[in-house]
Design a protein around this ligand. Structure first.
Ligand SMILES: [Fe+2]
Ligand SMILES: [Fe+2]
Length: 460
């Protein structure tokens, strides 16, 4: 696929609302190209969505983010990097391990989901022998739960690979005695009918959802590598060599479970359209800082002013309309204390320069809701902000009446999980679009008031 480096037109200086004749020619001469890819290229060239849609007579069904940051396919394989993971020291295989990719609670939910709908696992080869793979598989895990769907995305995010090149993840369960004998994850290039338009299997990402009392190890005999299942740990490997040929060292087996059970999640990626292997550059929003968040505090004089605004408007506290991520058994999980537009800008101004210093980019303030108060028992789903206006954020603890500190859960740019405890006047700067965040423990307290200030890069 040469189009990234061999574009036949350059439209940078032209009006972006109109597709030029040159572009129409380019579209006409690339009729065999996938329309989604064509859409990505034209977006990258700066044309607007509607113009492209009209020119191609096509509306893409994939997420805008994937379109706007198309995978860069170089035709030359490039090893991936798993932030926070450990690269296995081997010249025989490209492999990474990442502990605690999933939390205990997440593993528990997934195991429950997997158990609801399992079928014999099966193998993608003609006339498979009967006893090679004796486990059961749930093929629909991402379609039956919101978390499953979210996890699909996290896998792609973790590997830095375009979701368009991913297979749907599968849950797999082994009882005592069940196993998957030695096999490759890649398809046999000579005999397989599976390669098709999605290409060869490249990376495998596998996560153990429980510890196994005995047995169930994943063994790569040609590399002398073996993993004992450990709850939450992800193992990621490339089934191909850098030149795109299949790596026979990647053959592996799942030893029979001897005691207990074993449940895993597996996600495979494809090379797509016969390319040797693909690599991706930042399919999601760019990272602006190393870790992704920073804990700091307002200056005294600033906090005094925040409290003044807060107290002036406290009498106007209103029930907040239900928010998707905010949950509580009580009727009103959160209330809102609005302030004026000018006050919102004044509050944003307090942190603006420090945020720019922290991120190293110019920012513009976007949204200031008011002071949000959470009521007892409230939790906040783990999420990333999805709005274009919520790229860089600040959470300020304004006021609290709590029986115990209420942790803010945040996963940093290295996939490490943190519990952040903020006292009033303290705040956290964070890449709200990039970092998973939420509050998983219910609030033990009668009041917890936060101020959120949102920013976006100036050029977006
Ligand atoms: Fe496998
Ligand atoms: Fe958020």
């Amino acid at each position: 696929m040469q189009y990234i480096t061999d574009r036949t037109f350059n439209t940078k200086a032209q009006v972006k609302n109109d597709i030029t004749d040159l572009c129409f020619e380019w579209i006409a001469s690339n009729q065999d190209m996938d329309k989604t890819e064509m859409f990505s290229i034209l977006l990258a060239e700066g044309f607007n969505f509607m113009s492209i849609s009209q020119a191609l007579n096509f509306v893409p069904t994939v997420n805008m983010e994937w379109l706007a940051n198309p995978v860069v396919i170089t035709g030359q394989s490039k090893p991936i990097t798993i932030k926070g993971g450990t690269k296995i020291n081997s010249d025989k295989i490209e492999m990474w391990v990442l502990d605690d990719f999933l939390t205990t609670a997440e593993c528990k939910v997934l195991i429950e989901n997997i158990h609801t709908d399992m079928k014999p696992s099966g193998i993608d080869i003609p006339n498979p022998p009967k006893d090679v793979r004796t486990s059961k598989t749930n093929f629909s895990i991402s379609k039956t739960s919101a978390f499953g769907e979210h996890l699909e995305w996290r896998f792609c995010d973790l590997l830095g690979l375009d979701p368009r090149h991913a297979e749907t993840m599968q849950g797999c369960h082994y009882e005592i005695g069940q196993e998957y004998k030695e096999h490759p994850d890649f398809f046999d290039p000579a005999t397989s009918t599976c390669i098709g338009k999605y290409g060869q299997r490249s990376y495998t990402a596998m996560v153990y959802l429980n510890d196994v009392e005995e047995g169930g190890e994943t063994v790569f005999p040609k590399c002398d590598i073996s993993f004992k299942p450990k709850r939450g740990t992800a193992v990621i490997w490339n089934n191909l060599n850098l030149d795109g040929s299949v790596n026979h060292n990647s053959v592996h087996r799942a030893n029979p479970v001897l005691k207990g059970t074993k449940t895993i999640i597996t996600k495979w990626f494809r090379t797509s359209k016969g390319l040797p292997v693909f690599s991706a550059e930042k399919i999601y929003a760019p990272r602006y800082t190393d870790k992704g968040f920073k804990i700091t505090a307002l200056f005294d004089v600033q906090f005094k002013r925040v409290m003044e605004i807060y107290k002036n408007h406290k009498k106007n506290e209103i029930s907040e309309p239900p928010k998707r991520a905010i949950n509580s058994d009580s009727q009103t999980p959160s209330t809102l204390i609005p302030f004026t537009h000018e006050e919102g800008l004044e509050l944003s101004d307090m942190v603006h320069a420090r945020l720019e210093e922290w991120t190293g980019i110019k920012l513009v303030p976007t949204v200031q809701y008011g002071f949000r108060n959470y009521n007892r028992g409230t939790t906040l789903n783990i999420h990333r902000d999805t709005e274009d206006t919520h790229i860089i954020g600040v959470i300020i603890n304004v006021d609290q009446q709590v029986d115990k500190p209420w942790a803010l859960n945040m996963e940093d740019n290295y996939n490490h999980k943190h519990e952040i405890l903020l006292q009033p006047q303290c705040m956290v700067f964070y890449e709200s679009r990039n970092l998973l965040h939420g509050r998983v423990s219910p609030l033990e307290g009668d009041r917890y008031v936060n101020l959120f200030l949102h920013f976006k890069p100036k050029e977006v």
